[in-house]
Design a protein around this ligand. Structure first.
Ligand code: C5P
Length: 227
């Protein structure tokens, strides 16, 4: 807890494959803080819309879906991966596919979707602290987060990391297709009118290309006051 009574937030933003997910999880566990995987919320909305037969081009309908979908995170308690429930059903596997990632990136550009998820995200801020992983954690959702970190890595390195993750999960995709998909997603995320992907003016930018995970974790922990 900060001296003024507010709950500390560490914002970790960056493009897909920059290492955000892994690094945020490790740091949250190390600090004993809560974790917000905001990308999973956008993926869950995309999933809810698709399975509900909502046309993703119908922005009002997708916005309503974002407002009404019941999205919950459940810690299995055995050290395993957090489960994501959408309207009561476990969608953890489905939301991690590239198809769902691309749909998430498309619906993330809809202002009504971002508005519907604003409070949902801020409610994750609970003592003793929050590690917030996303694209606009430091710029829009938690502008008072300290510190703010923006992780990057070359597109080729990010594609290679995603390729390994997806292959480990048994999903079939070529490295070339993945690189093209990542570049298209970066472009969409950076060029959208609302909450575009960019470092906050007071963010520390860390290029993780070729950096071991532990080195990135240590660098971020060193930015935390009192650590
Ligand atoms: O991080 P992840 O790949 O799970 O995010 C999926 C998509 O959700 C991103 O491509 C991005 O378009 C969107 N997103 C966002 N704002 C966030 C988190 C994710 O727009 N805070």
């Amino acid at each position: 807890m900060h001296a003024d009574g507010s709950v500390p937030v560490l914002a970790i933003d960056g493009p897909s494959g920059s290492g955000k997910g892994t690094i945020s999880r490790l740091i949250a566990a190390r600090l004993g803080w809560h974790l917000l995987d905001s990308g999973a919320l956008y993926r869950a909305v995309a999933y809810a819309a698709s399975t509900g037969g909502v046309d993703l081009a119908d922005h009002d309908a997708v916005g309503r879906c974002a407002a009404h979908a019941r999205i919950a995170f459940r810690d299995p308690g055995d050290g395993g991966e957090t489960r994501v429930l959408v309207d009561g059903a476990d969608a953890s596997g489905e939301i991690r596919t590239e198809t769902c990632g691309a749909a998430a990136s498309a619906i993330a550009a809809i202002p009504a979707v971002r508005a519907a998820l604003l409070d949902k995200q801020r409610r994750f801020r609970r003592p003793p602290g929050l590690v917030a992983d996303g694209r606009d954690m430091g710029t829009v959702i938690f502008p008072d987060a300290r510190p703010k970190v923006f992780l990057t890595a070359s597109a080729t390195e990010r594609a290679r990391r995603r390729y390994k993750q997806l292959k480990d999960k048994g999903l079939v995709i070529t490295l070339d297709d993945l690189l093209r998909e990542i570049e298209a997603r970066d472009r969409r995320d950076a060029e959208r009118a609302v909450a575009p992907l960019k470092p906050a003016s007071d963010a520390t930018v860390i290029d993780t290309t070729g950096m071991p995970v532990e080195a990135v974790v240590a660098k971020i922990l060193a930015l935390l006051p009192g650590h």
